[in-house]
Design a protein around this ligand. Structure first.
Ligand SMILES: [Zn+2]
Ligand SMILES: [Zn+2]
Length: 309
């Protein structure tokens, strides 16, 4: 059993690195795409994972084509740090200018890979009023989408993918030290969105260090190892995995379930499998979500490639 470190200990061990928050690497989307391509091989949901891989590669291309992001002004960053508010507020802020250009670019890049039903939707994208797309994007950022309309349900992952590119781009203008610290929140300290999963990295000293990973901007924030990220309960936490006849089917992924709030959030661990990627391995283990759902736990992680009516 390896020790787990407090944020202060992590900071000390990192030799002057003082933030318990981590920024995503610049090739984030390409790595997600590569991992999804690998996981798609022989997978029951292989076609979906291959499409998701193509969408990630399109996200990386779009991110690479954007000019340098403008840094928020110092007064805003200072105020946010003082009050523990996210500087790139997604639920409460405005939509980025021309976000629909990113949507159209992604749609054009992936339309050849999309399932037939989505191709029909993409063909009609230019007929959908801009205001309707704005409304849908805002509802996704607030996690309040009501996807009873089949067209909106089909478009939601592409809108989610576009918003991810734009928030990751905005985040690239910040240093980890700019992001509020000192509270172990259940929402992203950079943009205020819900976590997608939690992720255990191997720290510099060889210890496992757990972070929650943002579903939107991909910022990671430190969380205690055995604690429900949703309600902060530490009692009775249990773990479920996907089991086959010869043992663990996906050894880097477990569902952490909380008896207090009945939430389940995946814990994806590099200690168990160094090749895991939080986003890709989350998508490839939907069978685990179904398993814990049957046991009475709802999925707390939000994945913007996955929407339910
Ligand atoms: Zn975020
Ligand atoms: Zn809980």
């Amino acid at each position: 059993m390896q020790n787990l470190l407090s944020p202060e200990e992590i900071a000390t061990q990192a030799g002057g690195e003082t933030s318990p928050n981590r920024l995503p690497e610049s090739r984030l989307f390409a790595h997600r795409g590569q991992r999804l391509g690998t996981l798609a091989e022989g997978h029951a949901m292989g076609d979906f994972l291959r499409f998701a891989a193509g969408l990630c590669h399109a996200q990386q291309q779009r991110l690479d084509s954007l000019p340098l992001a403008r840094r928020p002004d110092l007064a805003l960053l200072t105020r946010c740090r003082q009050h523990g508010m996210p500087p790139l507020d997604a639920p409460g802020g405005d939509l980025p200018d021309a976000w629909q250009d990113t949507l159209r670019t992604l749609a054009a890049t992936v339309s050849g890979l999309a399932p037939a039903s989505l191709q029909d939707t993409l063909a009609t994208l230019s007929d959908i009023p801009a205001q309707r797309l704005d409304t849908l994007a805002r509802s996704i950022l607030r996690a309040e989408e009501d996807l009873s309309d089949p067209l909106e349900l089909a478009l939601a992952p592409l809108i989610g993918a576009s918003l991810q590119v734009l928030w990751t781009h905005r985040l690239s203008s910040l240093q980890a030290e700019d992001i509020p610290t000192g509270f172990e929140g259940s929402l992203c300290p950079a943009c205020g969105s819900h976590p997608m999963a939690s992720f255990v990295r191997i720290g510099d000293a060889g210890h496992g260090v757990r972070y929650a990973t943002c579903s939107l901007c991909a910022c990671e924030w430190h969380v205690t190892r055995i604690k429900c990220v949703s309600c902060h309960n530490t009692r009775g936490i249990t773990y479920e995995g996907l089991q086959g006849e010869s043992g663990d089917l996906h050894k880097g992924v477990k569902a952490e379930t909380c008896p207090e709030c009945h939430a389940s959030l995946k814990i994806i661990s590099m200690e168990k499998d160094p090749l895991v990627d939080a986003f890709a391995d989350d998508l490839a283990t939907l069978a685990l979500d179904m398993l814990v759902d049957e046991a009475g736990f709802h999925r707390a992680g939000r994945n913007l490639f996955l929407f339910m009516p």
